[in-house]
Design a protein around this ligand. Sequence first.
Ligand code: 28F
Length: 667
Amino acid sequence: MAKANQNELFSGSSKDKAEKDYSAKDIQVLEGLEPVRLRPGMYIGGTDARALHHLFAEVLDNSMDEAVAGHASRIEVELDVSGYLSVSDNGRGIPVDPHPKYKNKSALEVIMTTLHAGGKFDDKAYQTSGGLHGVGVSVVNALSDHLIVEVARGRKLYRQSFKRGKAIGKLEHLGDTPNRRGTKVSFHPDPEIFGPKAHFSPARLFRMARAKAYLQPGVEIRWKCAPELVANLETVPTEAVFLFPGGLSDFLKETLGNKVTVTPEIFKGRSKAETGHGRVEWAVSWSPQGFGDADSFVRSYCNTIPTLGGGTHEQGFRSALTKGLRAYADISGMSKKASNITPDDVMNSAGALVSVFLSSPEFQGQTKDRLSNAEAVRVVEMAVRDPFDHWLAGSPKDATKLLEYVIEQADDRMRRRKARDVKRKAATRKLRLPGKLADCSNKTAEGTEIFIVEGESAGGSAKQARNRKTQAILPLKGKILNVESASYAKIAANKEINDLATALGVGLGKKFNPDDLRYERVIIMTDADVDGAHIAALLITFFYRYMPNLLHEGRLYMAMPPLFRITQGGKSMYANDEDHKQLLIDTEFTGRGKIEIGRFKGLGEMMPAQLKVTTMNPDTRTLARITLDEDNLPTTEALVETLMGKRADLRYQYIQDHAQYVDDLDV
Ligand code: 28F
């Protein structure tokens, strides 16, 4: 996209291509503003101080969009003594030509007075627009008892005033303005909406303006505030200029102050995609003393919008740092010591900032502040991983210091868990454990595992076959509740679920703490038939919903009991499935004599000794670990909902779409 250079922007002489061919025809007009005043909470999350400052964020985001799109280089923010807040930019100026559908209204008036108007849809210049995230300036207009917008465009100056979202007069043509371009919005929040005592907090506005400047290194943000409003605030000046060429790393340096950090240098960088979709910027440093009252912090943004709820961009960042450190451990001969480090260990004392730009951001959560685009995991991980590998390799001494520090975090965590285990193991002994649980005798969770076994008879065999020191057995009677389609009350009242949670030591509801797990591994052991598979699916759904850490940490397994026993003379072996059976017959039973093939109908049919050697003994068994595709969690989420949720129609459709891939359906 055309990027006017600095002086052109100031002199307003740049005839940006987009200015000519962009006009009112591109505005998708949807509806009036009445609903906004009736239910402001629906649009700005409430009418409290946070919501009041959201008005500022909305207007500022539109200026930032112009800057991110490369059309503006300066933004001014001014709070005057009467509580009017104005924001201006030196961008292209909101289009003012007549709107094709509303003949007697300008594009500007349509954008200011209709909801969702001015959606910057599919325009390259707006390919990473934060404004799309917001509800548009018309909401600000509706909730202001007075708003004035000035547009300098095509070397002409225009103005229009509004009262509670309604135009007070026509668009005014104020004549030539050869040296100015851009948009200025001055507004006064409506006391009818926010209450007579509501007022902007200079400190909050100051912080919001400064944060934006870090996020768009090229843009200069000027701050001005009436002296009366900051008289007793030492941290907020009456004037300031924010311009941070170093972007996020300036932000982090300022936050770090003179803290001691593990490595002398901040790990920072920005992706090659200088502007537009896929641009990533980051800065991270590790401080053992923490950051004020927190041990660590992560601040993330999408299109300069703060994502307080985190999201996929943070996931990609954590993943890149964790994988990078593990890889560094491998090449520096520390992989054994580093084998326990988790993303939490890496981030637990980190001060991290990550900013990503996406053309169509998706936000989730109550306050729409969690980024949910699955691609952001890859975009960020791809952008960060290589530079991190180089940063580590570039200063081996510091890299080793950082790795040792993170290993220490992991070791501390394991020690704390072990100490908790001993305490908990003792504590839960007093707990009413389900009678049918055959617990193991080891005092700590480390090295122990619990088998969740389908049916009483298999449970009996398993209790005989197990290693009493390290293996616990919890027989389940038939199928457990499908938690995906059950109410929480129903789940909490379900005996089987409660027995399961108590046996695992994690409790349910408020008492639920996945870290209280009484075993290192949980192994699902069901018959290798349709019912067994269903029970396994129900259990996996329960764990996915109520103990996701089990999956994230790779602690959930499926036992793999054999389907066949092959005997010839005195020799016998076990096969997991048809292919394995054929392979063994072709390779292990080539001698003469009759080959007997026995098929196991279920675990209960197995003698304890057979069950032990084929399925339970860690030295001879095969286990399938159940893991999550960390790069595609939203896909997993949708799949669990489809396969286990209430919507039978979705399941039906899924079966229709995938039936073609099933080859050996044993009905
Ligand atoms: C103080 C707040 O709102 N600045 C803005 C622009 C520029 C354009 C624009 C805005 C195009 C048609 C949707 C101009 N010329 N500051 C601001 N600057 N909106 S808001 O266009 C709106 C879109 O409808 C603009 C060419 N393209 C875009």
